[in-house]
Design a protein around this ligand. Structure first.
Ligand code: FAD
Length: 432
């Protein structure tokens, strides 16, 4: 039976960060990862001759932990052409129109109206308790509730609705208004930063390059293709059993499996009911990121729509080439990744006339047993109950994930900050 100081369950950014930081503090760390690769919901890979990110992609300097990692390892960034688009096509009232310069004020002021109270509610977006009564009061509200309470123009209604459907990866009635306000506040209550932090800057050599830098620097042990079935707390630590019956012991375990998957691991004693409830209820981040390989160069384009008006809620040029280019798109349509080119061609062409679609590709994170969803968005009415509870440790079990905690929850940033903070807590507990 293998024995280490700390076993980390799951090798996404939260797990890799926790493992690196703990190993560097002198502890012997082992990461157990169910997949045949590290990275979890980030996945840098080559498809159809393009270097793409099938999962988490964009980072920004308003995200302190991930930006520090990028700087620390000297990694370069690359702009996403469609995020600073020459042409923005929006479907308003059933008609695709090009956003004109004279409509920009109307466009941005819609977001400002939608988020008018964000500065008061989330004056400190890393500390929900700073104005807890305001958070409690709005916990039950959805994006749809907020939209319904405002007198917006059709252009504003579509642009906010479409943008927030992408940001939450669900319909407005299923996404928490508080969550969206938190993101707006994290970017300084400013549309330009809000837009850029969502999709402008990606790592030139991919999230895989950052992950590799952290793994090499950390020097911890990794076992891939190793799925944890159960975790038992013992008098002086934990005993972990894999699905193939292997056992190992450690003084502490850091559990980083996604929120939507947590309930599938058996814990003895059982996890606190609130953790199990949150995991079974699931966060609502679903949908699909669909890559569109197209002929020639469509230019720097962005498209936006409500899911009620198009299978494509948004897309933008991801990589340009003379012969072939690729757009990254987002869809809430069930089975979006299985639909053939013939299905997507007219959908895309409605926004970008004359475009010729060659292929589509992506990864279905909702159908993936090890993620069961895309990025984390709380449903309305769950923040107050879950936000503080999910990161809490339980004796020798510690929890780190991009799916919980304050600040940039639901992002790579959230995973790194959570992994890093958890490593400090675990180290402190072991040094006593
Ligand atoms: C399509 C998509 C697009 C995204 N876009 C962005 C973006 O542009 N920018 C951004 O910042 N974020 C983005 N995100 C979110 C970001 O990728 C995640 O928030 C972050 O990567 C989560 O990291 P994590 O370590 O918490 O979880 P994960 O990366 O999910 O890591 C958890 C690991 O646990 C493993 N695991 C699960 N069960 C077991 C088990 N029983 N035993 C062992 N291992 C197990 C999983 O295989 C996985 O590797 C996106 C996510 C998706 C899916």
């Amino acid at each position: 039976m293998k024995t280490v100081d700390v076993v980390v369950i799951g090798g996404g950014f939260a797990g890799v960060t926790a493992a690196r930081d703990l190993q560097k503090r002198g502890f012997k760390v082992l990461v157990l990862e169910a997949r045949d690769r590290l990275g979890g919901r980030t996945w840098s890979t080559d498809r159809n001759g393009f270097h793409v990110e099938l999962g988490g992609t964009w980072i920004h300097w308003t995200q302190p932990f991930v930006w520090a990692e990028k700087e620390r390892y000297g990694l370069e960034i690359q702009e996403t052409p469609g995020c600073v688009a020459e042409r923005v096509a929006i479907k308003v009232d059933g008609q695709v129109q090009e956003l004109r310069e004279d409509q920009l004020v109307e466009f941005v002021s819609g977001f400002e109206q939608f988020f008018a109270e964000a500065q008061q509610v989330w004056e400190r977006p890393y500390d929900s308790h700073y104005n807890w009564p305001a958070i409690e009061q709005r916990d039950s509200l959805s994006v749809a509730d907020r939209l319904a309470s405002l007198d917006l123009t059709p252009l504003q209604r579509t642009s906010i609705g479409g943008f927030l459907e992408i940001l939450s990866m669900n319909q407005p009635e299923n996404a928490s208004y508080l969550e969206m306000m938190r993101c707006w506040s994290l970017t300084g209550w400013n549309y330009s930063l809000f837009n850029d932090s969502a999709a402008r800057y990606k790592l030139k050599r991919g999230t895989g390059a950052l992950l590799q830098a952290m793994v090499s620097d950390g020097g911890f042990d990794v076992m891939l293709d190793t799925t944890v079935a159960s975790v038992q707390q013992t008098a002086d630590g934990v005993s972990v059993t894999t699905t193939t019956g292997e056992q190992l012991t450690a003084k502490r375990a850091v559990v980083t499996v996604p929120l939507n998957v947590l309930h599938s691991v058996e814990f003895d004693p059982p996890l606190k009911p609130v953790k199990v409830e949150a995991s079974k209820l699931k966060h609502v981040g679903g949908g699909a990121k669909v890559f569109f390989e197209v002929e020639g160069d469509p230019g720097a384009v962005m498209t936006l729509s409500r899911s009620t008006d198009s299978a494509l809620i948004g897309s933008f040029t991801y990589q340009r080439g003379e012969q072939r280019s690729v757009l990254a798109g987002f869809s809430l349509e069930p089975g979006a990744l299985e639909k053939p080119v013939e299905y997507w061609q007219p959908v895309l062409e409605e926004f970008v006339p004359g475009i010729r679609l060659l292929s589509t590709f992506g990864h279905d994170w909702g159908d993936d047993a090890l993620s069961q969803g895309s990025w984390c968005t709380y449903r309305p009415g769950t923040f107050v109950r879950f936000a503080d509870e999910l990161p809490k440790h339980d004796s020798n079990l510690y929890f780190a994930s991009g799916d919980h905690g304050e600040g940039w929850r639901g992002f790579i940033e959230g995973a790194i900050s959570s992994g890093s903070k958890t490593a400090v807590a675990v180290a402190a507990s072991l040094n006593h």
